[in-house]
Design a protein around this ligand. Structure first.
Ligand code: PNS
Length: 171
């Protein structure tokens, strides 16, 4: 069985991630979407919330499994009998970090390949951070995240809204 692993923070999952997932799954028998528990980016959504959002979006997809993990991505792949890491690339700005990560992973596990997929043009500007920035400031996130989780994402920021929306401050 040809198993690919798509690791990430998914804080939260975006339509850009979904685009990669939908295209990657066509190239393997099973795609494991692996959510890192302790990212060094201090996630906004808890691990349970991040997994739950993915499960909502990917419900009824027998060829996709969602797991959470800690530790090294290559160790997860070995445990799952997988040989391929999938990563999305949006712009040149992503490249340096991704290149470094791929080389380190290659050093750690020479049998494991990282494949990069160019994000579809519609989503090149999208990031989880941009969505959080919009959501916290009452901006529109339509078309950036799947409709079925939009409410849950906005709800997370509801208590913070009003504090900052369009307010002018005298300095
Ligand atoms: O969505 P992100 O935050 O860009 O995903 C980054 C992720 C989770 C793929 C990366 O941080 C990762 O693989 N972390 C696990 C630790 C590891 O294996 N690091 C790679 C060698 S430096």
């Amino acid at each position: 069985m040809n198993i690919f692993v798509y690791p990430g923070s998914f804080d939260p999952v975006t339509n850009g991630h979904l685009d990669i997932i939908n295209r990657a799954v066509k190239m393997c028998d099973k795609l494991i979407v692996a959510v890192l528990i302790n990212t060094n980016k201090k996630p906004t959504f808890t691990i349970e919330e991040r997994v739950d959002l993915l499960k909502t979006v990917l419900a009824g997809r027998p060829d996709i499994e969602i797991v959470s993990f800690s530790g090294l991505t290559v160790d997860l792949l070995k445990k799952c009998n997988a040989r391929v890491i999938v990563r999305g690339l949006r712009a040149i700005s992503d490249f340096e970090n991704e290149f470094q990560m791929a080389l380190i992973n290659k050093e750690l596990a020479p049998d494991i390949e990282t494949i990069f997929m160019m994000t579809s043009i519609n989503y090149t500007y999208l990031s989880s951070s941009a969505i959080k920035e919009l959501a916290i400031n009452n901006g529109v996130i339509d078309g950036m995240v799947p409709d079925c989780i939009k409410g849950k994402i906005l709800e997370k920021f509801r208590y913070k809204q009003g504090e900052s929306n369009g307010n002018l401050f005298n300095t």
